[in-house]
Design a protein around this ligand. Structure first.
Ligand code: PEP
Ligand code: MN
Length: 359
């Protein structure tokens, strides 16, 4: 590389890349990203997020837009997947990373995700790299399966050239003559990338090996090599994964790995958890306000038909339905208290007429 490149400035002195308010790539401790290959359902991603968070993961992964070899394979849930991923991240306090495949999706993905992933197959999609560089989000740049170290670093340069220095490189295996493993994990090039740039470098033993039984030992190798982290495919039921089942480890195997690496569960960071709670509160208030808008319309209908605002049997049915759900954390008594207050506010809203509202 004869030219002066931003990517080689300060080579060997890793710049810290922050994601969310507490993840720091390139700091002393390795960052562990875990989650399914694909977001498959709301339930699957929240279940996985809770398990990996409890085991000590620092970030959640999950593909919503999937680069599949065949157009007939599961392609991901798209925007719905993005929504589920973001909700699971918020619920567990884990920042999320997800792949963006198309320039037109950079906006929505940057809005929902804390970090954008450029996948191996897109490593030389130069317009996508430039768009990611302008997204305002940190970028996880995977190495193309057929890319040389220099090509990989030049790809990073495209992001940096847009003024975005927050790039983390990810070695995910290159294609070699060996078919037993899906790819060949090129740890030496990953370490060279770290020496030749100031970017943090992590590795992905899941895609690099393609074999579940090799993922855990290779993750150990990555951590002991001194790289800045690992990204792992984890699923509550690996064999049932809709993509990359063979290389996906169980949430139990992940927890065992974390214990053996002595990466303790992240000690609760109060400020970060409070940020997550504040965001959820905003969303809850918005939803309750939407509910009140419906109440206002119900009020109009009731008035039109001369019906009373309060219908006890309907209120009891709502309380009964909600308080018998089993969502894990909310007790029936808490549900009853909260919805008693919501129903009271709703009656008050129904009682106000459009005229009183000045509409
Ligand atoms: C992935 O992380 O889900 C993925 C598709 O990775 P890669 O681009 O490395 O194949
Ligand atoms: Mn995958």
């Amino acid at each position: 590389m004869a030219e002066e490149l931003l990517v080689t400035e300060g080579a060997g002195q890793t710049r810290v890349v922050n994601v969310g308010s507490f993840v720091r790539f390139g700091d002393s401790a390795p960052v562990v990203i875990a989650g399914p290959c694909s977001v498959e359902s709301e339930r699957q991603i929240i279940e996985t997020a809770e398990a990996v968070a409890a085991a000590g993961a620092h970030m959640l992964r999950g593909g919503a837009f999937k680069p599949r070899t065949s157009p007939y394979s599961f392609q991901g849930l798209g925007l719905d997947g993005l929504r589920y991923l973001r909700a699971a991240g918020r619920a567990t306090g884990l920042p999320v990373v997800t792949e963006v495949m198309d320039v037109q999706d950079v906006g929505p993905v940057a809005e929902s995700a804390d970090m954008l992933q450029i996948g191996a197959r897109s490593m030389q999609n130069f317009s996508l790299l430039r768009a990611a560089g302008r997204s305002g989000r940190p970028v996880l740049l995977k190495r193309g399966a057929g890319a040389t170290l220099d090509e990989w670093l030049h790809a990073a340069e495209y992001v940096l050239a847009e003024g975005n220095r927050d790039v983390v490189l990810c070695e995910r295996g290159i294609r070699s003559f060996e078919p037993y493993t899906r790819n060949t994990m090129d740890l030496a090039s990953a370490l060279a990338a770290r020496q030749r740039t100031s970017l943090p470098v992590i590795a992905d033993p899941s895609h690099a090996t393609g074999r579940r039984e090799l993922v855990v030992p290779m993750a150990r190798a990555v951590i002991s090599s001194g790289l800045d982290g690992v990204i792992l495919e984890v699923h509550p039921n690996p064999d049932g994964s809709l993509s990359d089942a063979a290389q996906t480890i169980s949430t139990d195997a992940f927890a065992a790995l974390m214990r053996s690496l002595h990466i303790a569960p992240r000690s609760a960071d109060l400020a970060q958890l409070r940020d997550a709670v504040d965001e959820l509160d905003e969303a809850i208030v918005k939803l309750i306000d939407q509910r009140m808008a419906l109440s206002a319309r119900i009020g109009e209908v009731k008035r039109h038909h001369g019906l009373p605002v309060r219908q006890l049997s309907r209120e009891q049915a709502i309380l009964q339905r909600l308080s018998t759900r089993r969502d894990g954390h909310l007790t029936p008594a808490a549900v009853t208290d909260i919805w008693t207050a919501i129903l009271s506010a709703s009656r008050e809203r129904q009682g106000r007429t459009a005229a009183q509202e000045g509409r």
